[in-house]
Structure formats: C-alpha cells, structure tokens
Design a binder for this molecule. Structure first.
Ligand code: AMP
Length: 218
C-alpha cells in the first residue's frame, strides 16, 4: 500500500519532529520543503539564492519555485511507495498542484494530519529549537534536549539555531501561516482527508495519535 501523508500545522508545532519519527517507523521518506531550501542555501545553488530573502523575512518562497522543487523530489524512486510531506503544501495553489502531481502517478493523499497549537505556544517552541548542521535533526532545549549539549544524538554534528527562529521572524511566519496556509485545513477537511491532533501534547502522545490516524486510514 502506498501512503502519501501531509503534516499540516503552524511553524514550530512539531511537524519536523513527528515527520522524523514517522519516517523511521514507516520507512517512508521525510520530505521537508524548508530543509530542501536550507540545503540549497548551504550549497549556494541558484534555487537557494532565490529562496534566501523570502526565508530570512519569514515569507513563503513563491509557489512556482516550491512546486517545481517538490515535483523533482517526488519523482525520485524512493517516493514510489509514498512520502511524508512536512511543510508542503502551504498554499491553495500548492495543494492543487500536489493533487495533480499525485493523480498523474495514479496516486492520492491518504492522510492530512493537522497538528494544532495556539500561536502563543509556537514562539516558545521555535525559540528553543536547535537543528543539527549535518542533516537537520531537530531538538528543543526543554522538550527534546540532546544527550550531549550542543551535539546531535544521531550524527554528532553541531546544533545551531535557525536564523528564522528569532521571536520576530516566528511571529511573521505565524502571520503568514494564518493568512496563506490555514485555509488548507478546511480544504482537506472538505475532502475527508483531515485528522486534527493536539500539538501541545508531549511528543510521544502526538506520535501515538498520528499512528492511530494512519492505522485507521490503512
Ligand atoms: P520550515 O522549515 O518548514 O519552517 O520552512 C522554513 C521556510 O522555508 C519557510 O518560512 C518558507 O520561507 C520556506 N518554505 C518551506 N516550505 C515552503 C512551502 N511549501 N512554500 C513556500 N515556502 C516554503
């Protein structure tokens, strides 16, 4: 059975953390558009240079660039039996494009998991987030601390704070989320794909709810 799973929710709610856990459990690839952009920035590609100003300002990268990047990634063989999409789609145009991409491959979205939390929680979540430089593994100084301070548990690389996790940029990202991404909740609810999960629960309980939702769909 193929499984295309979308993790929808505001910035800092834990989509990346849950996608990592789910990917390890299901062996489906974790596709984070934010991480793909950050890799492009690190490698100083044309796409990375184009995306940088938008990301630094907490704005969305234009749909055309984002959709083309995801289309390329989903065409790779490891996505043949599904994928966990973290941070995509983020606009109605992207949601339509994703539906069309999957339909062309005779596939469709199996589950949209909306991980929710009130905006006040999100600034603290993003502010305490540390990300590993090598592969983007995610930690939080309070909720998910690394075993050795400042080092990734998985690959030992240094942990850094994302430039766009400053309180000011997080507030901008939440605003952008409410304007451009939140309408997707109703879009996918109407399509009968949406399951809402309380993202303020501890990490393991969110995972449990996600796995239960996935099992119920399977
Ligand atoms: P994230 O790592 O998901 O928090 O994304 C970090 C930043 O990357 C966002 O604030 C956007 O600037 C950009 N980005 C990630 N995913 C998308 C998307 N689907 N559409 C547009 N921009 C995106």
């Amino acid at each position: 059975m193929t499984s295309y799973i979308v993790l929808l929710g505001p910035p800092g709610v834990g989509k990346g953390t849950q996608a990592e856990i789910l990917s390890a459990k299901t062996h489906l690839p974790h596709i984070s558009t934010g991480e793909l952009f950050r890799e492009n920035m690190k490698n100083d590609t044309k796409l990375g240079r184009e995306a940088k100003a938008f990301m630094d300002g907490g704005e969305l990268v234009p749909d055309s660039l984002t959709i083309a990047m995801v289309e390329g990634r989903l065409a790779r063989p490891d996505c043949r039996s599904g994928a966990i999409l973290d941070g995509f789609p983020r606009t109605p145009v992207q949601a339509e494009a994703l539906g069309q991409m999957l339909a062309r491959a005779s596939q469709g979205i199996d589950l949209v998991s909306f991980i929710s939390a009130a905006p006040g929680v999100l600034v603290e979540r993003a502010g305490g987030r540390w990300t590993c430089v090598a592969q983007g593994h995610i930690y939080h100084q309070k909720y998910n601390a690394p075993k050795a301070s400042g080092k990734c548990d998985v690959d030992g690389s240094d942990l850094v704070q994302r430039a766009d996790d400053s309180a000011e940029t997080v507030r901008k990202r939440i605003e952008v989320y409410l304007e451009q991404t939140a309408p997707l909740v109703e879009y996918y609810r109407a399509a009968g794909k949406l399951v809402e999960i309380d993202g303020t629960q501890p990490i393991d309980l969110v995972t449990k709810a996600l796995l239960a939702a996935l099992g119920a769909k399977g």
